[in-house]
Design a protein around this ligand. Structure first.
Ligand SMILES: [Mg+2]
Length: 269
């Protein structure tokens, strides 16, 4: 895929559209991946740009696998919208809501995790109960392959009994309700809600590919640009579905600064 900075003119044209939205994943996109989720920090350079963009664009959203409240805490900009739990939650203006149909799932997730805890004891596993979804991280396990096998062996039966779906991310196994909810459906809702003419999505993992596909499926005159943020562990589908690529959070810092320069210095009526 082409490197974005070789084609910035395309971005400039897109940024002239109004109303415009910017959607960014958090971990691996505006925050470096850390050894554990609790250690991750949003890049201050990205944050500064997002503060400005939230004032100038119709909507700026963080679209994360973390809970919406956690994403809001990490980024810390009240003028932004926070899509949490891969699309299951939305934080806006201080209020968090679950999408309809997932109300029963926090109880199911807690039950499954309790059972998982009794079945599996591997050093380094970190389990996050995120309400209607859960993440089981095996990044800190010595043998990643063995850890993944053991986790899947335990959760496959439990997930089936509780009517949950399993998906795989970067050294993480995710559990979620069997509903057509994704970062992509969340981005579509925001595009419709704000009647956007154009939008940019940035992301580095498989669940972000859903946002790329959502942008590409929107009918003209809407125009969307999918930007894959490539790191060591990025799945190949990210670059495949992206229009352009950037290399890691450092490139995202530079990119957002350039977007700010375009949006603020050359405002469009
Ligand atoms: Mg990510």
């Amino acid at each position: 895929m082409p490197y974005l900075f070789d084609h910035f003119d395309v971005v400039k044209d897109l940024l002239a559209l109004r109303p415009f939205g910017l959607f960014a994943d958090v971990d691996g996109t505006i925050a470096e991946i850390a050894p554990s989720p609790a250690e991750a920090r949003v890049s201050p350079v990205c944050r500064d740009s997002l503060v400005t963009l939230a004032k100038h664009l119709a909507v700026v959203a963080a679209v994360s696998g973390r809970t919406a409240v956690e994403a809001r805490r990490m980024v810390g900009i009240d003028e932004m919208v926070y899509i949490g739990n891969h699309g299951y939650e939305k934080w806006a203006g201080g209020k968090v809501g679950l999408v309809p149909g997932v109300e029963d799932y926090p109880t199911k997730i807690t039950e499954v995790l309790d059972k998982f805890d009794k079945l599996v004891s591997i050093d380094g596993i970190i389990v996050e109960n995120k309400g209607p979804t859960a993440s089981i991280h095996y990044r800190r396990c010595l043998d990643h392959e063995a850890a993944l096998r053991a986790v899947l062996l335990a959760v496959e039966g439990l997930a089936k009994d509780a009517d949950l779906r399993i998906s795989l991310g970067k050294l993480v196994v995710e559990l979620r309700p069997p509903l057509e909810v994704s970062k992509g459906t969340a981005v579509c809702s925001l595009i419709e809600e704000h009647r956007l003419s154009g939008a940019i999505c940035l992301g580095d993992d498989l669940t972000d590919v859903d946002t790329f596909v959502a942008l590409h499926k929107k009918e003209p005159p809407f125009k969307g640009l999918a930007i894959g943020v490539i790191g060591e562990e990025t799945p190949s589908q990210v670059a495949k579905e992206a229009d352009f690529i950037l290399n890691g959070v450092t490139d995202v810092e530079r990119f957002l600064k350039q977007v700010v320069a375009e949006v603020v210095d050359r405002p469009t009526a």
